[in-house]
Write a protein that binds this ligand. Sequence first.
Ligand SMILES: [Mg+2]
Length: 456
Amino acid sequence: MDSKQKANTIEADGDFMPHDLQPDRFAFLHVDLNSFFASVEQQLHPEYRNRPLAVVPTMVDTTCCIAASYEAKALGIKTGTQVGEAKRICPQIVLVMGEHGVYADYSQRIAVAVERCCPVSHTPSIDEMVCQLMGREQEPLRARQIALAIKQAIKDDVGESLRCSIGMAPNRFLAKIASDMQKPDGLIGLLPSQLPRAIAHLELRDLPGVGSRTEVRLNAKGIHTMPQLLALDRTQMHALWNSVWGDRLYHWLRGDETGDDGAMADSAVQKSLGHSHVMAPRYRTPEGAWAVAHKLLHKASMRLRMERLTASSMSVTIRYALTREQAEHRSKSKKHFSGLRHAGWGMEARFSPCQDTLTLLQALRGMWAQQPQEAEFARPFHVAVTMHNLIVENDLQASLFADPDHRADLATAMDTLNKKYGNTTLHFAGMLPAKESAPTRISFTQIPVKYGVDYM
Ligand SMILES: [Mg+2]
């Protein structure tokens, strides 16, 4: 989009102030493993490569395939196809009993390979990883180099059968869409200057969060195609969804970031750095969630220091799986894209600008202790830790750093060791009690849980 077109857009929208032309940059890179379970089986068993293969939960014809190889997909066999039907389509199909532990192990190895190229900030599921790009990484050519390096690292470190499609975009929503646009082994970048026309050819169902029920609802309101959806202004989008989700979608589809209220956030300046993780079922305990939160914080604060940024507030959000009875009791429960009914909780802490792990960990512990204690908050499955109000270190005066016990020096020393020997070399487990004697002033604010990111 050139500047003249941009000016027209602003006039046409009319509902927000003109802003600077958004630079062409990518803020997120979404890695989606292609036919993940089937590809792991083909990696483990070379004799299965280049053959139609389906992963099944049990060896009976009445059950459904939980994954299909690309060779099987070419014949029309996909996730959800009944095994009897798959055999009818392709009598020679290889059927393999799924082993979740093996796939979880491969997922972990792939994450390590990706992290050789760029830190992973979000793991929405076992076969998806998201990297938040920062600084020069956001330049399109550099982002593309990172994406190609990720593909190579997965091949080299984990196996040649494991291919992935990578999407690059100015926000997480579009990065996920881009990762779906070319399979297998795809690489698609959606630049702000090409939006929204670069996604106008998609189906409504290609949008994360638009399932069959939503599609029916949109159709009933006269929206059948992407061009029809893209022709709506923000007010109409809000009315269509009857919620702030419509406002968010309006901006996301145009390459913008939004705040919790759905209003456009200035994305020219990096304001937040978020890390999140969907936990494997066996880790869905309070202890498991704390271990995950601790690790996310460790990674986020290391990233802050790498980019020479400080944060002056941090939020934590947790989603808890509900039992069926609990979900029926809670009219406000939400449905996660995985189908889990869940309750959510979130809190924000404010403090003096800092970037050291000890101060941030102290804030995280303070918030963590205030989680609701009721039974429905017992099975956490998703944890997110986000640093807000980021400021470039140089913009701050040295006096702003109240650092009586050299926390910044300690953090820098730890980063050096962790970079050299791997991210988990140094943790803080035993170090915290001694430091509690010099607490930083931290105030906590209850914030609403951001359901908007559910669909990623
Ligand atoms: Mg996938």
